[in-house]
Design a protein around this ligand. Structure first.
Ligand SMILES: Cc1cc2nc3c(=O)[nH]c(=O)nc-3n(C[C@H](O)[C@H](O)[C@H](O)COP(=O)(O)OP(=O)(O)OC[C@H]3O[C@@H](n4cnc5c(N)ncnc54)[C@H](O)[C@@H]3O)c2cc1C
Length: 398
């Protein structure tokens, strides 16, 4: 008889895989179910580990021209995330050196954790300089943001344009290969006892009163004590099958990948128009738009052209370089751009691990740790309550 799993995790992107790993090493019986849907975020991602850059709006530079998803509503300034989340991302980022080593030892998968010179935001105008000066003043002492003159920029990155007012360098911001990170987590989870079922689309959560008691795959029912919703951009649809609303929506990001090049960038580059990361085999990844496009994963001429224009402005030699591939992916976005983690008010047997939006790669290690700690009733190493879905419940005023 199938006595059910301790935990069923739905979604095998980096979040589901990381959670499966953290649960499995806590000796839970874990089953992970995944189907490959077009636009899944992890395989579309750039792999930037930019905790401060993203938190202050200098990472995914195109966020400047945000999509109306930004709470500030002001499209001309970077969207700054709360300090609590910045600290969360910094703490998660710090786990990468040891994590890369552990995953390599346990699985043989090298996640291509690449330190480089950091994340460098290029400033083209006095206005951008003023914004960055403000950001630098607002950051705590220990979070180093170094302002570089155009001459200093060229010393660090000789291929960068000379048409700059300067740059902001965040030396602790690195990159990783997101697909290999997810793969390594998955293999490590299996090694620790988890089971994976691919090509398996969960059609619904089964609810009995106020409790989720398992998942449905068409006619098949799989019982579990706990179900984790890690279905990325699809997690809202899935939650709705049990009458639960979590406000996750797909935010499209379009990406361009150049042909392989000799090493031309020493670190990650961002501007108000695009970001550039040279990957381990030499291709330069140019990202990314931030668009509400529902589940449409097309790439558009205008967006690709504008990303390429931004990249050539930053690194003029790219004008003559061929394009190998373009694609788009769906970030699991939330209204306040923070993840949705932990239990759901009024419903037991289910836990959220979703809403990674534009920081889902850097956030994955700490997110998985605190979700698994909550599931196993340990006290979390970082407060998880600020990320509960209950923050979106309407306040009723008598
Ligand atoms: C273009 C782009 C660039 C990005 N760059 C960065 C970056 O530089 N740094 C950073 O930190 N983050 C970045 N992100 C964000 C990051 O990639 C995401 O936040 C993260 O990958 C989310 O992972 P996930 O596992 O939640 O979602 P996904 O990777 O989308 O995984 C969800 C999985 O669930 C599956 N699924 C859905 N429904 C079901 C179902 N009913 N049954 C079974 N399986 C189901 C899907 O097919 C998918 O495999 C980027 C994202 C994009 C799109």
């Amino acid at each position: 008889m199938n006595r059910g799993q301790d935990v069923i995790v739905v979604g095998g992107g980096v979040w589901g895989s990381a959670v499966a790993y953290e649960l499995a090493i806590r000796s839970m019986r874990v089953l992970l179910l995944d189907v490959t849907l077009p636009g899944r975020a992890t395989s579309a991602s750039a792999g930037g580990l930019w905790p401060v850059g993203e938190a202050v709006g200098l990472g995914c530079g195109v966020i400047y021209h945000a999509t109306g998803n930004s709470e500030s509503g002001d499209e001309s300034t970077p969207n700054v995330l709360p300090d609590l989340f910045r600290d969360f991302l910094i703490a998660s980022n710090k786990r990468f050196p040891a994590l890369a080593k552990t995953l390599l030892e346990q699985t043989g998968v090298d996640i291509e954790f690449d330190i480089g010179t950091g994340l460098m935001f290029l400033m083209y105008t006095d206005y951008e300089q003023a914004i960055v000066d403000n950001i630098a003043r607002s950051l705590p002492q220990e979070q180093r943001l170094k302002i570089l003159s155009p001459e200093e920029v060229v010393q660090v990155e000789p291929k960068i344009t000379h048409e700059l007012t300067g740059a902001a360098l965040l030396p602790e911001e690195h990159q990783v290969n997101p697909m290999l990170l997810a793969e390594a987590y998955k293999r490590a989870a299996i090694r620790a006892g988890a089971t994976f079922r691919h090509d398996t689309q969960v059609t619904g959560f089964r609810r009995d009163g106020d409790r989720i008691i398992g998942v449905e795959i068409g006619e098949e029912f799989l019982p579990s004590n706990l179900t984790v919703n890690a279905a990325g951009s699809w997690s809202r649809k899935l939650a709705a099958t049990a009458g639960i609303d979590i406000p996750v929506s797909p935010i499209r990001g379009q990406v361009v990948l150049t042909e392989r090049l000799p090493r031309i960038l020493q670190g990650c580059i961002s501007t108000s128009e695009c970001y550039l990361i040279q990957k381990s085999h030499g291709e330069v990844l140019i990202g990314s738009t931030t668009e509400c496009a529902n589940f449409d994963v097309s790439v558009t001429h205008d967006s690709i052209t504008s990303l390429c224009r931004g990249a050539v402005r930053a690194v003029p030699m790219l004008r003559d370089v061929g394009i190998k591939r373009v694609w788009s992916g769906l970030r699991p976005g939330t209204p306040d751009e923070l993840p949705i983690l932990g239990p759901i008010e009024g419903v037991t047997g289910i836990i959220n691990a979703t809403g990674g939006f534009r920081t889902g790669i850097v956030a994955a290690p700490l997110m998985a740790e605190i979700v698994a700690q909550t599931a196993s009733e340990e006290s979390p190493t970082f407060p998880i309550a600020p990320f509960y879905s209950s923050r979106f419940l309407e306040t009723v005023i008598d």
